[in-house]
Design a protein around this ligand. Structure first.
Ligand code: 5GP
Ligand code: MG
Length: 180
């Protein structure tokens, strides 16, 4: 099927911003970058649900070599704007101590979610922590912390697709679509 240029989710229309092809190329490159640094270290990729499930699946396959994958939940977002509240971590059952952790996010907006999660994670004494985000909104960021791997920097607009939703719809879109 040809990639749609516009899509609807609930009452809103979204237009194509990043194509499936561009995404594939980028994620392969990110996997290669990660491999250079983490090959032989059996890193633990920690995907942040729900939004990062698609990106995590592609990124760990692009990484290719030995690694482990786990998911956590820290949802702080409902509707179109960040609520400014970060929920507690759910589902962190993987052994973090002395492991190389790569936190995988769909998108970093204000940065609050990851900024607040970092101390929690560090208390578990990982060998190292790095962040890999598929999207970053540089104009929206308010919290300062290092983000080692960034897919695309995008304008401060609401997007859906590639795992990201608008009130739960749009997650299965192959491309990234911005609010029209
Ligand atoms: P932050 O804490 O960085 O402000 O927000 C991070 C979370 O908000 C992301 O992991 C994502 O779930 C959600 N989010 C931020 N911007 C967008 C967006 O444009 N579209 C969607 N669907 N979710 C977003
Ligand atoms: Mg997220």
């Amino acid at each position: 099927m040809q990639e749609p240029q516009t899509v609807k989710a609930h009452d809103l229309t979204f237009e194509l911003m990043i194509s499936q092809k561009e995404i594939q190329t980028k994620v392969e490159a990110m996997g290669e970058d990660l491999r250079k640094k983490y090959q032989g270290k059996n890193p633990l990729f920690l995907g942040v649900l729900n939004g990062s499930f698609v990106f995590t699946a592609d990124l760990v396959r692009a990484f290719e070599t030995t690694c482990e994958v786990s998911f956590i939940k820290l949802s702080s977002y409902s509707g179109l704007e960040s609520t400014g509240e970060v929920a507690t971590v759910i589902g962190l059952t993987a052994e973090v101590e002395d492991r190389h952790i790569i936190v995988v996010e769909d998108i970093i907006d204000t940065g609050k979610t990851m900024h607040d999660f970092l101390p929690t994670l560090k208390k578990m004494n990982p060998a190292s922590v790095a962040f890999a985000t598929f999207l970053l909104k540089p104009d929206a960021i308010k919290y300062d912390f290092p983000i080692e791997y960034i897919g695309f920097e995008i304008p401060n607009k609401f997007v859906v697709g590639y795992g990201m939703d608008y009130n739960e719809q749009g997650r299965n879109l192959r491309g990234i679509y911005q609010l029209k």
